[in-house]
Every structure is written in C-alpha cells, then in structure tokens.
Ligand binder design. Structure first.
Ligand SMILES: [Zn+2]
Length: 265
C-alpha cells in the first residue's frame, strides 16, 4: 500500500498566479486534494512576484470548502534568523534559534492574520524545514496540533505536536509501499533549473493519482514511539548528509571508469 500526500508551499497573494493556475487545472482533473502552505503576511522578496491578488483569500476559503487542507506556512516567510534546527542544515530561518517568547509571538501573529481572513487551521510547516523545539512548544501553546515536517519513519508526538514526516524536499521516487510527501513550489517552475519539477508533478498525477490521499488520511496512522522515532530521524539525517553524497560520488566514479575502460577495448 502506498499513500502519497501532495503539498504545495508558498501560497500568498503575490505568488506567481499563472503557475498556480497551471497546478490547479491538474489537481482538479485528477481530483487531488493537496495540503497548501499559506503564508499569512509574506515579506519574502522572492515571493513578491505578481501584483497582489485581491481575490486570494476568497480563493483559499473556497478551496478549503472543496476539501483542500490549508496549513500555516511560517508567518512572514522572512528567513533572517540563525540557529540550530532540528532537521534542516545550517542557514537562515524564520524560527530556529529564537527564544520561545519571540516564536510564540510570531506564530500568534500568523494565526491571527489567517483568522482575520476566515482561515482556521491547526496544521503548520516552517519555511526551509527550519524549526527547533521552541517552535514546536510555541505551536502547541497557540493551539496547533500537527506539522507536516520531520525526518522520522512515522508520525510521532513531540512537544504536544504530531510530527507528520516529510522526508523529501521535492517529489520523491515512488517505488515501494509506504508514505510519501511530494512537495512542490509552483512559482519555481518558470526557472530553467526547476522546469523538471513541473514534469515530476504531471508524472506523479498520471502514474500515482490513485495513491494520493488528503492530509487527514495521510496523518492518521499508528503513532511511533518517541525514542525510536527520534533515533530514526537522526539516522535518516546522518545518511542524507554523510553517506548518500559519498555513495553518489562513488557511483559517478564507477560510471566514469566503466566508460574509460569501454573506450580502451
Ligand atoms: Zn516556503
């Protein structure tokens, strides 16, 4: 059995509307209900693409009614802080490294903005997969129940938040039975180096639409033991950061040697 969650990040009134419309046509065609990460008040220059869409919030409310799941994706999507994160590498973050009080205030602000637009959600995920234990504590204190993030094997409760793992940063290869989160950023599809991601989206829908489920079904699983899941998360991160790059380098080397030997004979 395979279960796939389709997740779209970075939805906001100034996103690339044309690319989002392209995604929506296919989502409707295959009757797929994704998880949408909505930025309450976008201040990220990379997402200030189109003129502000005055119908954006109305559209989000209407999609929610149709069965799409909305999540709060950060608050300002402004990654200007630095600190140790739980699952992502070093880099700038909206949350990691900040005090509990600061994070609590930012999350509260984001929630209030969404509610002013008539959007109520208890699901969250941070920009750049970048969060720490204070983020989880501040989310729980603000009434959130789930995050779509983490590298554990299965869902587990951490600091009062059910962490629903998202092991891939893009569209994973779907081979074996299991749970997969396919993450898309529609605004990036116009970039030459990211054009492949749209093709991956099309191919995912064509080949696996029958395995795509909504967030509620995706998250409804037996909870893993916290200690086991913490170890599984650390092991996965170690593999991704230290083992996989070496294996890939070795693979390239073997292929090059093979080609060289082929030329000699
Ligand atoms: Zn984002």
């Amino acid at each position: 059995m395979k279960k796939i969650l389709v997740r779209f990040d970075d939805l906001c009134p100034t996103m690339n509307k044309e690319q989002w419309e392209k995604a929506k046509v296919l989502l409707k065609q295959y009757d797929v209900k994704p998880l949408l990460g909505v930025v309450p008040e976008c201040r990220d220059p990379e997402l200030l693409i189109d003129k502000e869409d005055l119908h954006f919030w109305e559209e989000m409310r209407s999609l929610q009614k149709e069965g799409y799941t909305l999540a709060m994706h950060g608050c300002f999507h402004e990654c200007i802080h630095q600190g140790k994160t739980l699952v992502s590498g070093p880099g700038y973050s909206e949350f990691a490294g900040r005090s509990y009080e600061d994070q609590y205030a930012t999350i509260k602000k984001g929630k209030e903005i969404l509610e002013e637009h008539g959007i109520h959600t208890t699901i969250f995920f941070a920009p750049r997969h970048s969060y720490d234990l204070n983020t989880l504590k501040a989310l729980a204190a603000n009434g959130f129940t789930h995050i779509s993030d983490g590298k554990s094997h299965t869902v587990w409760n951490r600091e009062g938040i059910l962490c629903v793992p998202c092991r891939s940063s893009g569209c994973p290869a779907i081979r074996f039975n299991g749970y997969y989160t396919a993450v898309f950023h529609a605004h990036e599809w116009v970039r030459e180096d990211k054009a492949f991601a749209y093709k991956e989206f099309v191919s995912l829908l064509e080949n696996h639409h029958q395995d795509i489920v909504d967030f509620n079904e995706f998250a409804s699983r037996k909870e893993g033991h916290p200690f086991v899941q913490m170890i599984s998360e650390k092991a996965f991160i170690f593999y991704e950061n230290h083992i996989r790059p070496k294996l890939s380098a070795l693979h390239v080397l073997i292929k090059r040697r093979g080609r060289k030997n082929g030329r000699k004979t």
